[in-house]
Design a protein. Sequence first.
Length: 130
Amino acid sequence: MFVVLEHRCREGTHWDFMLAFPGRERLATWRLEQDPTVAPGPIRGEPIGDHRRDYLDYEGPLSGDRGFVTRRDRGEAVVLSHNAARLRARLEGVLLRGEIEIRHEPAGPAYFLHVSGAAGAASEPKPRQS
């Protein structure tokens, strides 16, 4: 499973991309500068602490006056490969459909989320062929 949350807080707005790994109790989480459901091209981000699985279904205010989250997308995810520098996964959400890659850039602490396939925009259902 994965989820994209729009996180509005005093510091501004960012997007949290959260991904469930098989066998892990918590969601790997990246803070993104742009909404991956609408932004083309690479999106700058950074890994942040793992989050509870409750966030797969949660929308609303965050405790401790940390803002408000709204779900932008949610769906199935299959991790294709991952190591310290790169993660590849296939997403089947409402808006994000296709392959993503989260890659650490060696020149600094930044990570970039790259979207390919039909990701980043909802596609119209294709008519069935008889």
